[in-house]
Write a protein that binds this ligand. Structure first.
Ligand SMILES: *Cc1c(COP(=O)(O)O)cnc(C)c1O
Length: 397
């Protein structure tokens, strides 16, 4: 029997009674034709590794970030690893990193046999505390790796000053969550010696799989990074040092080139949603129970996450309440890196980074992506207000 329309599995409707934490299909859906054409062109070219699509995307990224060079690689984690490798970092060396970040920030250091030296954060932005960095610089410090967490740049002015005064210690930006973010009118990736990006699908510029990239103004480092990502060979089969296999696929580069011109409008959508949260939290009085994120003067956040602080030990119960209403909310990050089992050999103990540890108990990230509808955002705020027993009392504007 020939299939009829009624026998086809219906496309699931958007669940109107819930709000997903993130829905990549909403962003990619309208680009389907363009993405398919770009991928088909790469397939037809047969150039799957490096080649023109990668070169083009690297040039676009260098222009976007305001740097002389951009070097694609396989992931954000590899971007960090390659940046450290390019500086020759290894056993006996120390790299200063925050503990309140994604795992790869520190694992890139330990994978090279070097030691991550964890610093605390400032409570308002969740970004590294330059004062704590200053206390932790030693003669063995070979790099400082601030993270632009949740889409806002770390205090790069203070960090660069510290690094310069301590003997020009290289600063590597972990900009995986902050593509397009600005610090004093300069973009993430152009603020240190090297900037590391991720195109993991949940990042602001999300690919169709894994991808990463390193930006730098330094031509010598750029050349070195290109060799290191390709087994350390230059020319082919002549290895000067041991590199890794970490290249950006041409298919990813082509897809990312389709999305990059839209990135600023995506960020604007996230900024609009962040403002709406701030306005509604103030209007409903919820801001007495929940601290909303602060953006420092001179900074433009691209809001990879909208991460609030839930006071008085209510975080886990609030998250449960939201989950019951099918509202996505996530904890980034529940366990600080200095207390992870795999880093126990470093000898840290609870209480050594108090601001970080408190953040791990209080943070909750709410849906912020640009495709979030007003109705959905109202549901999120209403459910939070319901939890705290406030009347949402939202009036038509
Ligand atoms: C995502 C992320 C990374 C790693 O990027 P991948 O592409 O997933 O390897 C590194 N650092 C931070 C802060 C991240 O958010």
């Amino acid at each position: 029997m020939a299939p009829t329309d009624t026998q086809l599995t219906p496309v699931p409707m958007l669940d109107v009674l819930g709000v997903p934490m993130l829905d990549v299909n909403r962003q990619n859906g309208p680009l389907q034709e363009e993405l398919s054409a770009a991928l088909a062109a790469v397939c037809a070219s047969g150039a799957f590794v490096n080649g023109p699509a990668v070169k083009q995307f690297e040039e676009e990224m260098a222009r976007y970030c305001g740097t002389r060079h951009a070097i694609g690689c396989a992931s954000g984690s590899d971007a960090l690893l390659l940046a450290l490798m390019a500086l020759g970092i290894g056993p006996g060396d120390e790299v200063i990193v925050p503990s309140f970040t994604f795992f790869a920030t520190a694992s890139s250091v330990t994978r090279l046999g070097a030691t991550p030296v964890f610093t605390d954060i400032v409570p308002e932005t969740f970004n590294v505390d330059p004062g704590d960095i200053a206390r932790k610089i030693t003669p063995r410090t070979k790099a400082i790796m601030p993270v632009h967490l949740f889409g806002q740049c770390a205090n790069m002015g203070a960090i660069n000053t510290l690094a310069r005064e301590a003997g020009r210690i290289p600063v590597i930006e972990d900009a995986a969550q902050a593509i397009g973010a600005e610090f004093e009118h300069r973009r993430a990736g152009s603020l240190g010696r090297m900037g590391c990006f991720s195109f993991y699908p949940t990042k602001n510029l999300g690919g169709l799989g894994d991808g990463g990239l390193i930006t730098t103004d330094n031509t010598e480092l750029a050349d070195k990074l290109r060799i290191l990502r390709d087994h350390g060979q230059h020319p082919r089969y002549y290895h000067h040092e041991v590199g890794i296999n970490s290249r950006l696929d041409a298919l990813q580069a082509a897809a990312l080139s389709v999305k990059l011109p839209r990135l600023d409008s995506y960020a604007a959508g996230r900024q609009k949603n962040a403002q709406a949260y701030a306005r509604e939290f103030a209007r409903t009085g919820l801001d007495s129970r929940i601290a909303i994120p602060t953006v420092k003067p001179g900074c433009a956040s691209v809001w990879n996450q909208f991460t609030v602080r839930v006071r008085d030990g209510e975080r886990d119960n609030l998250q449960k309440h939201l989950a019951e209403r099918k509202i996505g909310a996530a904890v980034y990050y529940p366990v600080p890196l200095h207390l992870q089992k795999c880093f126990a050999f470093l000898g840290h103990h609870e209480g050594s980074l108090p601001v970080t540890e408190l953040a791990c108990r209080e943070v909750l990230s709410l849906p912020i992506y640009e495709c979030l509808t007003t109705d959905e955002q109202t549901q999120v705020i209403g459910a939070i207000a319901e939890y705290f027993g406030f009347a949402a009392n939202r009036q038509a504007a």
